[in-house]
Design a protein around this ligand. Structure first.
Ligand SMILES: Nc1nc2c(ncn2[C@@H]2O[C@H](COP(=O)(O)OP(=O)(O)OP(=O)(O)O)[C@@H](O)[C@H]2O)c(=O)[nH]1
Ligand SMILES: [Mg+2]
Length: 426
């Protein structure tokens, strides 16, 4: 319920030097007055003695006041910066809980209110969630660009263009004479131009490799030396190695950083027609993993390599007699002697970089890309239509896709999942 006034400890777990307790909602100022006596002006801080209902002193704290709508949540907000002792924090939280109409916030509820009050859109909320989870410098930069409205502003521009296209199409419908299509070549060209711009965006590197690591998959026939290579790269015996073909059945993942590039290296079952059911499942998985790979290391015959946009044909076990090199391999390597390993890693690193977004670039996550792709398809359909009514209809659907992207339409399920990622007090 958005009418409730919510509160929570927004800083980390006590004990700490300072603890921040936030209150947001229609009763926030009233609650602040009950504890602090009087409040500072809006957007000011003041030192106050906090007291419980019985008049007993709880703490001396800095009190900050924000008035709706100029606050993070868009609601009246009070922030107490108390001493970060466990008992102090508990006492202040308890005093707030005793006030009628106040309740403890759910995880992410402050941010959810900011979204519901139009302070931020869904892409910015996603950016905030990423920001809190960011562990590396590049993750932080990408999250910040999103949280600061990089994508929101871009989408607003597109929405403006789209709205005008829609208006032109709808207006033309009213003036069509019988027997005419009323189609204006310029209108269709403008639809095509917007759809081209969206296609360019969709072709850019995505957010997932940055967050989860670039998926580097090692695949090939049984006994090719896949597990040995994974172990050599990982620098530890992660996968079982034997001379029996079909040793690896389930895939094995190793997370590592190659010169600052986060990758997930995956060893897979050797590809062959397997009779045995467990092995067959492993082989099916290996095929799916190879297909979904960002970078594919193929250890089989170079001629039989599957089609893949970022394929490295690895000639493995190159120390063995008669296997010094083969034609058409990208690189030769021996897991046993370590020869060629450095060159291979350099190739993998360079290819991995190409699927990572550039510094400060806005990278779309899967959800955002799905809606953007829907909008792009509708625009393309509009361009291909030969009926003005259909053009207008496709443009309307494209607008809906944008609304889903920014969270203005039909995203309840997404909201629960997203705000559940936040910690309590955010
Ligand atoms: N001499 C030499 N032998 C290797 C090298 N790499 C792997 N082998 C040997 O080749 C055999 C198969 O190696 P694995 O790494 O288990 O091969 P795999 O591709 O994972 O095989 P499956 O899991 O059955 O698909 C083992 O006997 C390894 O010791 C290498 O670089 N040099
Ligand atoms: Mg293996």
């Amino acid at each position: 319920m958005i009418d409730d006034t919510i509160f929570a400890l927004s800083s980390g777990r006590p004990p700490a030097a300072v603890s921040v307790i936030r209150v947001s909602g229609p009763l926030a100022h009233e609650a602040g007055r009950r504890l602090a006596g009087s409040l500072p002006e809006a957007r000011h801080a003041a030192l106050r003695t906090l007291r419980g209902a019985d008049g007993g002193v709880l703490d001396d704290a800095l009190v900050l006041r924000f008035d709706s709508p100029a606050s993070a949540s868009g609601e009246d907000t009070i922030e107490f910066q108390c001493h970060g002792g466990r008992a102090i924090v508990d006492a202040v939280l308890e005093a707030l809980a005793e006030i009628e109409g106040l309740r403890l916030a759910e995880p992410g509820e402050f941010t959810r209110r900011a979204f519901e009050n139009g302070r931020i859109d869904l892409t910015e909320a996603e950016g905030l969630a990423d920001l809190i989870e960011a562990e590396t410098e590049s993750q932080r930069k990408a999250a910040l660009a999103l949280a600061e409205g990089g994508l929101r502003r871009q989408v607003e521009d597109w929405q403006q263009v789209l709205l005008q296209l829609s208006a032109r199409a709808e207006a033309a419908i009213d003036y069509v004479d019988e027997g005419e299509t009323g189609l204006d070549a310029r209108l269709l060209e403008d639809c095509e131009s917007l759809s081209r711009e969206l296609r360019d965006w969709l072709a850019r590197p995505r957010a997932e490799p940055l967050k989860d690591g670039v998926r580097v998959v090692v695949a090939g026939p049984p006994n090719a030396g896949k597990s040995s290579l994974v172990n050599a790269i990982a620098g530890q015996e992660r996968a079982i190695v034997t001379d029996i073909p079909g040793t690896t059945r389930d895939h094995i993942e190793v997370s590592l950083a190659l010169g600052g590039v986060p990758i997930v290296l995956t060893d897979t079952a050797g590809l062959r027609e397997a009779d045995e059911p467990v092995e067959r499942i492993g082989v099916d998985r290996a095929r799916a993993l190879a297909e979904a790979a960002d970078v594919l290391l193929w250890l089989g015959d170079p001629e039989n390599a599957p089609d893949h946009p970022r394929l490295v044909r690895v000639h493995a076990r190159s120390d063995l007699p008669g296997r010094a090199s083969v034609p058409n391999a990208s690189t030769a390597v021996s897991s046993k002697t370590g020869r060629g390993l450095k060159d291979l890693l350099e190739i993998v690193r360079a290819l991995s970089r190409t699927v990572l977004p550039g510094e400060d670039a806005i990278a779309l996550n899967r959800r955002q890309a799905t809606h953007l792709s829907d909008a792009e398809q509708e625009l393309r359909r509009a361009t291909a239509s030969n009926d003005l009514v259909l053009v207008a209809e496709h443009l309307r659907s494209a607008r809906l896709a944008f609304d889903q992207l920014t969270g203005r339409a039909g995203v309840e399920d997404v909201l629960d999942a997203l705000f559940g990622r936040f910690c309590l007090g955010k």
